[in-house]
Design a protein around this ligand. Structure first.
Ligand code: S3P
Length: 168
């Protein structure tokens, strides 16, 4: 397990990237960096408020900047669900020496998990049909960057962690 010090987690919002990343970090005796948290720290503002103020386009540019800084750092990096939307981000992820793990969760399960979530700006703008459409749009983009895909619907975070360790 010692060689596996770096890893990037991708997946749709609600897939469990931050929770799994934290558990994985403990198990691998390393630390997790959460891209959304890094963005918020740098901005001194929540993503929801930044999103409302400047819009998605500017948020994406800032997200790329932070990804560029941290993609090759020696740690577990959890990313925001929209990280694969930008071609440049996909290139950064593919070029990174860190294996990219896609936590794949079906949209119905995600909708169930996120139904009371008020913090995610994109959710506020979407009905169920739009959510599923976005999931379908992003799905091949996650696959494009992923070295490993884990189907997470039936698994607890602890089981997902074991599965990741088994597969890498
Ligand atoms: C987004 C997901 C969020 C956050 C931002 C945009 C998206 O991260 O980066 O609100 O486009 O799916 P999580 O996947 O951690 O919710």
């Amino acid at each position: 397990m010692d060689q596996m010090r770096q890893l990037v987690l991708v997946g749709f919002m609600g897939a469990g990237k931050t929770t799994v990343g934290a558990q994985l970090a403990t198990k691998m005796n390393t630390y997790q960096r959460d891209l959304d948290q890094l963005i918020e720290q740098r901005l001194g503002e929540t993503i929801a408020s930044y999103f409302d103020r400047v819009g998605e386009h500017q948020f994406r540019q800032f997200e790329t900047q932070i990804l560029q800084e941290y993609a090759d750092q020696s740690a577990i990096l959890s990313t925001g669900g929209g990280i694969v939307m930008q071609t440049i981000n996909r290139q950064i992820l593919k070029q990174s020496s860190a294996p990219v793990v896609y936590l794949r969760t079906q949209p119905e399960e995600l909708l169930h998990r996120l139904k009371d979530d008020l913090d995610r700006p994109l959710l506020k703008q979407m009905d169920h049909a739009a959510f599923i459409k976005l999931w379908q749009y992003r799905e091949p983009l996650y696959q494009e960057v992923a070295d490993v895909t884990i189907e997470t619907d039936q698994l607890t975070p602890t089981q997902i962690v074991s599965e990741i360790i088994n597969q890498l």
